[in-house]
Write a protein that binds this ligand. Structure first.
Ligand code: GRF
Length: 189
């Protein structure tokens, strides 16, 4: 099997990155992580790049030249899919246009509900009975592109932001590898 090449973009802890890497270690998983990109030199997730010997680079999205270089790098490395796994910056339209239908993002709500930040707080304020997480294609608008896969959970009456975050992350860890599989399978068929 020729494995597809993934680039994973992170800004923080990288727990989704870790789960994606672990999935790719499975012989039957149709993709491998070829590149990790972060805008945050202090992102803990970079440790997974070191631990699994995956090349990583720092990217300052405000610098046009860096963006041009990154676009070239992603093209040269023949990256098939860019996964935003807790990447907390909005990519420029130049960047998203360069990789149309090749960038996906994970968001901690059942999109199209609760786009943007402070998701858990708003879910609790709205007294939602159900919430969850979504992997979707990225376009120029925030948390907006076509939905690939979602998973849901029930909000408990005792839930606080922190418990909701924990429960949602556990779901995300299953969702992202499944969504990657789904995209690759649909492109191969
Ligand atoms: C996830 O909850 C994701 O939905 C959001 O940022 C968080 C990243 O978590 N976009 P981690 O860095 O993968 O642990």
């Amino acid at each position: 099997m020729v494995k597809k090449n993934l680039a994973i973009f992170i800004s923080g802890a990288g727990s989704n990155l870790k789960k994606i890497i672990l999935s790719t270690l499975n012989y039957n998983f149709p993709a491998k992580v070829k590149l990790i990109v972060t805008n945050n030199p202090k992102a803990k997730g970079i440790n997974f790049a070191r631990r699994y010997s995956i090349p990583f680079l720092l990217f300052n999205e405000k610098k046009k030249l860096e963006e041009i270089k990154l676009i070239k790098k992603i093209q040269n490395e023949k990256i098939d899919l860019i996964c935003l796994a807790g990447y907390m910056k909005i990519l420029s339209s130049n960047f998203t246009k360069a990789f149309r239908n090749k960038i996906v993002n994970i968001h901690p709500s059942l999109l199209p509900k609760f786009k943007g930040l402070n998701t858990y707080k708003r879910v609790l304020e709205k007294k939602e009975r159900k919430t969850g997480c979504t992997v979707h294609f990225v376009n120029e608008k925030l948390d907006d592109g076509n939905i690939i896969l979602r998973k849901f959970l029930y909000v408990d009456k005792n839930d606080k932001e922190e418990t909701l975050r924990k429960k949602t992350k556990l779901l995300e860890h299953k969702l992202f590898p499944e969504a990657i599989l789904k995209i690759i399978s649909s492109k191969n068929s």
